[in-house]
Design a protein around this ligand. Structure first.
Ligand SMILES: CC(C)(COP(=O)(O)OP(=O)(O)OC[C@H]1O[C@@H](n2cnc3c(N)ncnc32)[C@H](O)[C@@H]1OP(=O)(O)O)[C@@H](O)C(=O)NCCC(=O)NCCS
Length: 136
């Protein structure tokens, strides 16, 4: 990714179709605005060289703990190395050890989401912002 993601969720999703409820839509719009802040910062720091964002990692429950997840992450970190750029992930707790095994390190232990007081009681994602420097 060489360009920062839009801060406005409506630019990347059909928000009215995905979240027909107005409250859900507003909550997700605010969540997204905070979610993209760290990766936007990383992309800016890369000064046009870009970063590899590793996302949407999931292995079928019947096939977990067989090495597929690790193979997929290593595919991504290898691609980042070939380009000489950072690999980045917004990782869930269950995948933390896997990412660490692949060389990613926590840069933000728990990402913060500024959704406003009216949504403060909603369940927020628990995500760690993790980064791996390229191997030359
Ligand atoms: C995270 C996930 C992709 C891992 O896939 P996987 O194919 O089972 O992972 P691997 O077999 O390559 O595991 C590699 C290592 O990661 C760690 N690991 C994997 N699953 C783990 C779990 N449920 N709890 C703790 N550690 C885990 C282990 O250290 C494991 O090595 P080991 O099996 O030798 O102990 C899978 O659990 C998943 O789809 N989870 C739900 C979706 C999700 O949270 N995705 C992450 C988004 S950031």
């Amino acid at each position: 990714m060489k360009e920062a993601p839009p801060a406005d969720l409506a630019q990347v999703e059909d928000v009215a179709a995905v979240w027909p409820d107005r409250g859900d839509r507003e909550f997700m719009t605010r969540l997204w605005r905070s979610y993209v802040v760290p990766r936007t910062q990383a992309i800016r720091e890369a000064q046009g060289r870009g970063v590899y964002i590793l996302e949407l990692l999931a292995v079928h429950p019947g096939c977990q703990r067989l090495g597929a997840g690790k193979a997929l992450v290593q595919w991504g970190t290898r691609a980042a190395d070939e380009q000489g750029v950072k690999a980045i992930v917004e990782g869930t707790p269950v995948a933390r050890r896997l990412y660490e095994q692949c060389g990613l390190r926590a840069q933000i232990e728990e990402m913060q989401f500024d959704v406003g007081d009216e949504f403060a009681g909603r369940k927020m994602p628990k995500l760690t912002f993790m980064v791996r420097e390229p191997k030359s």
